[in-house]
Design a protein around this ligand. Structure first.
Ligand SMILES: Cc1ncc(COP(=O)(O)O)c(C=O)c1O
Length: 424
């Protein structure tokens, strides 16, 4: 029974029914949260061994180097080898950072402003305008970084195979367009995997800005929860082959492999970029936490073992996504009031309400004790022009709470849609 096929009277009747359901939810005094893509307790427990897998002075020696001491600014060789295998690149392209890839992303752009990138005619802080391309919906923290540097963000539509590449090719003709945010595998929030064709065209871009940068945030590079690991095209080699060797900065971390906030993050780029960044970073730190890098090597070992570990995450995550998608298909699909993606990896379900209903749904959820990602957060400046996108993060709460949360969400979504339809 699609809502758009119902008479006003029928809609009014349903509205009363959903108002009662909503009052019922409210009376339970719930405290639920599906707002952020955080691993749940069970997932964190998978990596407990990390906490004590270096037990002696001998354990701290790797490749003849004592990881407890200063040195090796770009990271320990064994951990570079591990990431090189995971990202399918050469060790020489790797710079290992601290505990968060987001910090490395922020720092890379901060350096573009203070010092310029390798091919910058001048630091970006000396330019009148810096524009950045933002596939939407996207990751709120990317947009937050752009906003804090006062960039003008240009929204690029996301398609099923990646961002609208024709719009990007057109936009980069403007020399003030300096870069693009990309989450190429299981994008946040839609779970889109960029196709080989789109990745090739990104690698082959001919931007007017000589220092145009692709911020390749490969946060979910081995994060399938449904089906086998499927690699995407490797953009660093592709961009080099198209004559753009220094255009791409790739980022990744073990945040969603081991422990968020206590993992290892990485920049992968051309050797020339790594050398340039190393020189700048050498003034910020003598070295990052190499003890943690070695703990990760001892725990994750290699790609094969890392993938086996990710299967354990998958076994925990899959039922959670099924709970969300199952409830949506049962409660919402027949009504024709929303559409959503069916991701095979990553951390999110992205849902589009009827135009003009996302904020209201969010407010209703809040009123019933359910915290969702703020409506609008998936768009630059927090402004979703159609007010329709909502991000659902099923990983954190225990499954019973997740089921309750999605039940409340469905009631709020229906109520918001009915209000909208009754107004029109
Ligand atoms: C696309 C994306 N990039 C980066 C991060 C954060 O990664 P890190 O913990 O390495 O800073 C997240 C976390 O949710 C994310 O979704």
């Amino acid at each position: 029974m699609r809502y758009d096929s119902l008479s006003k009277q029928e809609l009014e009747q349903l509205y009363k029914q959903e108002q009662n359901a909503y009052a019922d939810c409210k009376s339970k005094g719930l405290k639920l949260d599906i707002s952020r893509g955080k691993p749940g307790r069970e997932q964190l427990d998978l990596s407990l061994e990390l906490l004590n897998n270096l037990k002696s002075a001998e354990d701290c020696i790797a490749d003849g180097f004592d990881v407890r001491n200063y040195g090796l600014l770009d990271g320990i060789p064994a951990c570079k080898r591990l990431f090189a295998e995971i990202l399918n690149i050469d060790e020489s392209q790797i710079f290992l950072g601290g505990n968060a890839s987001l910090q490395l992303m922020y720092d890379t752009l901060a350096k573009a402003y203070t010092h310029g990138l390798l091919h910058s005619p001048k630091p970006w802080s000396q330019l009148d305008k810096v524009k950045f391309l933002c596939p939407v919906p996207g990751y709120d923290r990317h947009f937050g970084i752009s906003e804090t540097f006062n960039m003008e963000m240009i929204s690029i539509k996301m398609n099923d195979d990646g961002p609208d590449i024709e719009a990007i090719e057109e936009a980069v003709k403007d020399p003030s367009v300096k870069g693009i945010w990309c989450v190429p595998k299981f994008s946040n929030p839609q779970g889109v995997v960029y196709s080989e064709a789109v990745i090739k065209r990104l690698a082959a871009l001919r931007p007017a800005a000589p220092d145009f940068i692709i911020m390749w945030d490969n946060a979910y590079c081995i994060h399938e929860f449904d089906g086998p690991y499927t690699p995407i095209a490797e953009i660093l080699a592709l961009s080099a082959s198209f004559g753009n060797p220094d255009m791409v900065f790739e980022f990744a971390s073990t945040s969603k492999i081991t422990m968020p906030g206590a993992g290892v993050a990485v920049i992968a780029s051309s050797k020339a970029n790594i050398t340039y960044m190393k020189k700048l970073l050498s003034l910020q730190t003598i070295s990052y936490d190499k003890v943690n890098q070695l703990r990760h090597v001892r725990f994750l070992k290699d790609m094969k073992n890392s993938l086996a570990h990710m299967q354990k995450h998958a076994a925990i995550l899959k039922p959670r996504f099924e709970a969300v998608l199952g409830a949506l298909s049962k409660e919402i699909e027949p009504l024709g009031i929303a559409s959503w993606n069916h991701p095979k990896g990553g951390y999110f379900v992205s849902l589009d309400t009827l135009p003009g209903c996302a904020k209201r749904t969010y407010e209703l959820c809040l009123g019933a004790g359910l915290v969702m990602t703020t409506a609008g957060a998936t768009h630059p400046y927090g402004l979703d022009p159609e007010d329709k996108n909502i991000r659902i993060a099923p990983s954190y709460p225990p499954i019973k709470e997740l089921e309750q949360a999605i039940e409340v969400f469905c009631v709020c979504l229906k109520l918001a849609a009915l209000e909208k339809l009754l107004q029109s």
